[in-house]
Design a binder for this molecule. Structure first.
Ligand code: SGN
Ligand code: CA
Length: 514
């Protein structure tokens, strides 16, 4: 890329948007023409990964370019120290950017945790609301409720910021959508969409054999763990608890039992909106209904993001600045869409580990290109600094992937990604802590299964476990080959890579050394 005036950067990030549900990734489950445009006119990454598959830690990694043990935002309960450095501060201080952030923040509230480094910001508290959402604004004691649908409102705020910008300076805009996060409250204008059945993933009825214990005990199952509210169903017994599960009493952890077929045939579920009735003959039919209902609602909320990405792209064009503006579309992590029977994320298994990443910059990226190199969310901030023409500050641990955008993969590019999920007080999901690395062929995961004295964690702990997946032979990750004699050398190689990576980033291994 030749030196030219600093580009504007529009960073659009959804919450829990799996790559599979962007049509540019070619899975055919939905149609997202506007998001696809970013790839068609720019570059699509097939191997972008999150360093910790959870909202708050991922957002901290994106802002700081640091791994979570360094920025100290390791779990959903962490908050950011907003006096620390971040990419917006860097662009503002060293490249004269105007900076703004609108939408989901999820890094804490109040004077020491709210956004800093942004000339303008307006964020939803915590997970926020889909309808008539509250926003926290700078210098205001009270949150303000804004009438309307959250995805439209966040986009309005972004466009308004761009309209009022100082045209003599570049801008860095972070547009953080709440959708398609759980609750999946879609806008009625998308209700006619996705009424046809979606193909159920091959691993939907995974029995979790030959795998670490974590897979069987985590509470993320579509069939067991979704609530009336998640599925847009009226709770028969009424009450105010929106977290009530269907068949909660029968299916609850630890003795998950398939509900008695007779109970299923007696069950009548009703759409909470129009009262449509649903009846079932078998527990399997009920599980499939939940999957279809989940996907329908999830994909409809995505359609609204797609409409609004279209609005942003059109606006940039009408303003005549599309050529000078980098547009990114990504998500804070991946998401399970029924694979292994799950919704949600947290694990290093592929669907939740992979982030979608699409980027357009007409002046610097060849249209329609696809990249297969490995990148991570910690690399975003260094890349933005590099593209803005400033040096990457030493506090950032990620690496600029500007060469990849220019179509060149340096020989020294590290084709290895790291993931670490920390145990925290989150009994309602019960996801075990783990860390590991993945290269193009293999994925090594260490489950340390310690209770770490944290409330809600594994009481008393349990034996640590290793997993090794051959991503080429077993892309669905159904077979742990860690103890297979034929993979002995791979285990040694991957363990060394893991240890080297942890040393590079300053993290502390908990596993026994070779
Ligand atoms: C809530 C959701 C979970 C989700 C976490 C974290 N339940 O607890 O499904 O995993 O947030 O999400 S909900 O019923 O309250 O929606 S994250 O995107 O912030 O990491
Ligand atoms: Ca998220």
């Amino acid at each position: 890329m030749a030196e030219r005036k600093a580009p504007n950067i529009v960073f659009i990030m959804a919450d829990d948007h799996a790559a599979k549900s962007i049509s540019a990734y070619g899975h055919g489950m939905n149609s997202t023409p506007h998001i696809d445009r970013i790839a068609k006119e720019g570059m699509l990454f097939n191997h972008c990964y999150v360093t910790n598959s959870l909202c708050t830690p991922s957002r901290a990694a994106i802002l700081t370019g640091q791994h979570n043990h360094v920025n100290n935002v390791m779990t959903l309960n962490s908050v950011i120290n907003n006096r620390g450095p971040n990419v917006a501060k860097q662009l503002r201080a060293h490249a004269n950017y105007q900076t703004a952030m609108f939408g989901k923040w999820h890094l804490g509230e109040g004077p020491t945790h709210q956004p800093t480094g942004f000339d303008d910001w307006s964020v939803i508290p915590n997970q926020g609301e889909y309808w008539d959402p509250h926003f926290i604004n700078p210098d205001e004691k009270e949150m303000k409720r804004v009438p309307g649908y959250v995805t439209d409102i966040i986009t309005d705020k972004c466009i308004q910021f761009m309209e009022n910008r100082d045209k003599d300076r570049p801008f860095f805009l972070m547009c953080h959508h709440k959708a398609p996060h759980r609750g999946w409250e879609f806008h009625p204008r998308h209700k006619h969409l996705y009424n046809d059945k979606i193909t159920i993933p091959d691993t939907f009825t995974d029995d979790y054999k030959n795998r670490a214990k974590a897979a069987a005990v985590v509470k993320m199952r579509v069939a067991d763990d979704l609530t009336y509210f998640d599925l847009g169903l009226a709770q028969p017994q009424g009450g105010r608890d929106v977290g009530a599960k269907l068949f909660d009493q029968v299916w609850s952890f630890p003795q998950r039992k398939v509900p008695h077929p007779e109970d299923v045939t007696k069950m009548v579920l009703r759409d909470s909106d129009d009262g449509t009735e649903f009846r079932f003959q078998t527990p399997e039919e009920l599980a499939e209904f939940k999957f279809q209902r989940y996907m329908q609602r999830y994909l409809r909320t995505i359609q609204c993001i797609d409409d609004n990405v279209g609005r942003m792209l059109d606006w940039l064009e009408q303003e005549g600045i599309a050529e000078d503006t980098i547009v990114v579309y990504t998500s804070d992590q991946g998401f399970f869409l029924g694979e292994h029977g799950w919704c949600d994320k947290r694990f290093m298994y592929e669907e939740s580990f992979q982030m979608p990443f699409l980027i357009r910059y007409p002046r610097g990226i060849k249209a329609g290109s696809v990249n297969n190199d490995m990148i991570q969310n910690v690399d975003f901030a260094p890349t933005f600094c590099d593209l803005a023409g400033i040096s990457v500050p030493s506090f950032m641990q990620g690496v600029s992937f500007r060469p990849l955008l220019e179509g060149t993969t340096p020989e020294t590019w590290e084709q290895l990604v790291f993931h670490r999920y920390w145990m925290h007080n989150d009994a309602c999901h019960n996801a075990y802590a783990h860390y590991g690395v993945r290269d193009h062929r293999y994925k090594l995961i260490y489950w340390y299964n310690d209770d770490l004295g944290i409330e809600g964690a594994i009481p008393g702990g349990t034996e640590p476990e290793w997993e090794l997946f051959d991503c080429q032979e077993d892309p669905l990750e159904l077979l742990n080959v860690y103890n297979e004699p034929s993979y002995k050398d791979v285990v040694i190689k991957m363990t060394r890579l893991l240890e080297k990576k942890m040393m590079d980033i300053g993290d502390i291994p908990l596993h026994p050394r070779f």
